[in-house]
Design a protein around this ligand. Structure first.
Ligand SMILES: [Zn+2]
Length: 311
């Protein structure tokens, strides 16, 4: 049983949430009468599942048999091992893309293995190469087709490359982020080994809008809209990114602050810097979640008083 992926079966049948720094995935238990809090834990390394609410316990096959109502072991096993991306869905997506005639943003200097999800390249995808379909399936859960094409979201065409099972998010001048599509992958993002310098995700927005939103992650920026850029760094904006933001004609910035304390400190530093050059600043403070999952936030105009501890 080496070819199965419980991960794929779960994603095809449930809303799946990974457990951070664990090899487990959680789902709302299908055997509890109304579990809405993801009580069932499914290991991705051992074929076992357990519900912390109703106590249901069993292996993958039992889970599939009871969820689908089949008593056949062979049928359950087929579900576990069948190709998980529905090729019909894939063709439908390609069709939709072709009808839309969308133009992707201009991208330069991307590595040779990078292929964007634009209609022409998607038609060349070989059905027996799983990378593209897995990456596209992952992308479609979070982004619209228009967004995927507009931002040049793509995949790694080389199955032997370390970035093969990742969604490739192009940034600028050869820089990219490679996001894991396996929810239990250790490293969520892999970036190139060279410095990001002044590169920003969706930097073209700086020339198109007077009011810009700043997020840390690219997926968050996409969720916010075409007027959002992302700095991508876990360490906040780089000095060169800050200078670029200041030199732009943008008059107003809204800095998206996700709930972790460290994000808050970095946002204040960036707000200070930009405000010092006369930019109008708003902090969008997320109480829970983030832009991509429609989290809850409040907007606060930035002032020095906030820096002194009243946030
Ligand atoms: Zn249960």
């Amino acid at each position: 049983m080496n070819n199965y992926s419980i991960d794929d079966w779960l994603h095809a049948n449930f809303d799946v949430r990974p457990v951070s720094s664990s090899d487990e995935l959680t789902i709302c238990c299908p055997f509890c009468s109304n579990d809405t809090k993801y009580h069932m834990y499914v290991s991705t390394v051992k074929p076992v599942a357990y519900c912390h609410k109703c106590g249901w316990a069993g292996g993958y096959i039992k889970l599939i048999q009871e969820h689908t109502g089949t008593e056949s072991y062979a049928e359950a096993f087929r579900q576990l091992t069948k190709p998980t991306v529905n090729i019909n869905d894939y063709q439908t997506v390609v069709q939709q893309l072709r009808q839309r005639k969308l133009e992707p943003i201009k991208l330069t200097e991307m590595p040779e293995w990078y292929v964007p999800f634009i209609p022409d390249s998607m038609l060349q995808v070989k059905p027996n190469v799983p990378n593209a379909k897995l990456a596209l399936r992952y992308a479609l859960k979070r982004l619209s087709i228009d967004e995927i094409v507009h931002y040049g979201i793509g995949y790694c065409d080389d199955v032997n490359h370390q970035l093969a099972l990742r969604l490739i998010i192009p940034i600028e001048r050869g820089y990219y982020q490679a996001r894991a599509i396996n929810t239990h992958s250790r490293q969520k993002y892999i970036n190139p080994t060279f410095e990001i310098e002044d590169r920003l995700f969706n930097a073209q927005a700086l020339t198109q809008y007077k009011h810009i939103f700043i997020t840390e992650g690219a997926i968050s920026a996409i969720a916010v809209g075409m007027d959002a850029v992302a700095t991508l760094g876990a360490n906040g904006a780089t000095a060169l990114q800050r200078k670029r933001l200041v030199r732009s004609k943008v008059e107003r910035f809204t800095i998206i602050v996700e709930p972790e304390a460290v994000a808050h400190r970095k946002a204040i530093e960036l707000a200070d810097y930009l405000a010092g050059y006369g930019k109008r600043i708003t902090l969008r403070l997320y109480r829970s979640g983030d832009p991509a999952d429609e989290g809850i936030f409040v907007d606060k105009p930035y002032s020095m008083a906030m820096k002194l501890g009243s946030v």
